[in-house]
Design a protein around this ligand. Sequence first.
Ligand code: PLP
Length: 231
Amino acid sequence: MLSVAHNLNNIQQKISQACQTGGRDPEDVTVIGVTKYASTERTIEAVEAGITNIGENRLEGLTEKYNAIEHEVNWHFIGNLQSRKARDVVGKVAAIHSLDRRSLAKEINKRADKPVDCFVQVNVSGESTKQGLPPEETSHFIEQLADYEKIRVVGLMTMAPHIKDEDLLRQYFRTLAELKVQIENEQWDHAPCHYLSMGMSNDYEIAIEEGATHIRIGTELVGPPENNESR
Ligand SMILES: *Cc1c(COP(=O)(O)O)cnc(C)c1O
């Protein structure tokens, strides 16, 4: 298995290239290392290679690594979050990327003692297996989150389908970027909405060209599931 440092170096080169193509500043693109398939040991290797943002999609994985890793790291919760687990997530993370329903907002609001940065998850492809709100319901949903004083909507998040069609991927990312601008323009106090969490191993270069500020990379950084122990 290749070292995380080697993989990260390749990724950074591709990020620079995509930034050049898209007229973006690499400083504006945060790499979230997704370690859901990786061991704690491999996760530490990622941190030592320079990763300072880590994403986990399950409470168990988050807790395991959160407890074991002593380095200064920003933790991100990127998976479907059951409301009853919100309490255990809010105190640990810099951001939750998967806010997609009012009941979850209510629970986060109840369990947090300070404002929590949240990305609202949008299902841009309309695939029934994907979490997230339909694009046309997103603005109204966010407007209503003003009821919850500890919810701060910092951006939108999406997971594109795992396909090769670049034009279609680009279209999905563009839809999210346009929706972000629309919400940003509302200037709601609780929803600055400046960020776009989009792009994974399969598609992050296109996502960057279309404005991604947070890319979530697992496989290309730490290796595919079968090369990692456990989970
Ligand atoms: C697993 C996962 C990723 C990373 O996917 P890769 O294809 O391994 O890069 C990103 N975002 C979410 C929400 C995930 O669950």
